[in-house]
Design a protein. Structure first.
Length: 287
């Protein structure tokens, strides 16, 4: 009887041990399983995430980046850097008024030499049509018009296939009045009511400073008159002055240079004795 009870207890214990081993084996198999790339992962908040959506987002970002790059290349092509024009502007930096000193027919252009209102000499290209008219402009004060013309860019008159654009004189108009902007023709008479001065032979001035043989005949209100010759002309800083020397006395008439030849302020006569001003008569206007 005792043997039967012992045998039965041993059999039950063996069955319990086998059952426990089977449970451990099942848990081990579950823990060793690895999720696939597209498996559902449970987070600590029990929310599921599908890894396939992550792959899709990465592909979309790659496509957006490629599209942006293509757009930048397209914009660069549509908006190229513009070339800066080097075409000169007509008359830029060139005198608008001047006294013509010389006009010469050259191989590539007609060339004009003139003195501007400040007494500076300029050599400027001109349209070929200017040269045949030179006799009416020499030693005359003129108003200048410019345009952009094409000239041969060659070593000589022979054509070489090269041209250049240049601002050139296309029109000259003689300004009424003398080189000082005050006379009519070769002679002018100025007066301010107290002094009356006749100036003549202005054509002797060739447009170069300190040249000329201008004549002076001046009288005061009392009828005292004086005649002078060999007057020289100087133009600078917007003024032209004609001067005469008579022993220890110097006479000078100054006039403003204007485009239309009309000086509303009038000319000024200044007389100096040994460098000291002894007379200044202002407001001398053409009569």
């Amino acid at each position: 009887m005792k043997k039967s009870i012992f045998t039965t207890a041993l059999l039950i214990a063996s069955l319990l041990m086998v059952s426990c081993n089977n449970v451990k084996a099942d848990n081990s198999d579950t823990n060793n399983q690895l999720p696939t790339d597209n498996s559902e992962v449970v987070s600590s908040e029990n929310k599921q995430t599908d890894n396939s959506e992550v792959d899709s987002v990465d592909e979309d970002r790659t496509e957006d980046s490629t599209s942006t790059s293509d757009n930048q290349d397209s914009n660069t092509t549509k908006n190229p850097v513009k070339n800066v024009s080097t075409t000169p502007k007509a008359g830029e930096g060139q005198p608008k008024v001047g006294t013509i000193k010389e006009i010469v027919q050259g191989d590539l252009a007609c060339y004009v030499t003139l003195i501007d209102e400040k007494g500076k000499e300029h050599n400027i290209s001109a349209d070929f049509d200017i040269c045949p008219q030179k006799e009416q402009f020499i030693n005359k004060k003129v108003k200048l018009s410019y345009d952009i013309l094409n000239f041969n860019d060659c070593e000589s008159i022979e054509p070489c296939g090269k041209t250049k654009k240049e601002s050139a004189i296309v029109k000259m108009e003689v300004i009424g009045g003398s080189k000082t902007g005050k006379s009519s023709g070769d002679t002018q008479t100025l007066s301010n009511g107290e002094w009356t001065i006749k100036i003549s032979n202005y054509d002797s001035w060739n447009g170069v400073n300190n040249t000329g043989n201008v004549k002076y005949y001046g009288c005061d209100s009392k009828g005292n008159c004086l005649e002078l010759t060999d007057g020289k002309v100087v133009c600078r800083d917007g003024l032209c002055a004609t001067g005469w020397k008579n022993g220890e006395y110097n006479y000078a008439i100054e006039s403003a240079i204007t485009e239309d030849g009309n000086d509303t302020q009038g000319s000024t006569l200044t007389v100096r004795q040994n460098g000291k001003v002894i007379l200044r008569a202002e407001g001398l206007k053409q009569v």
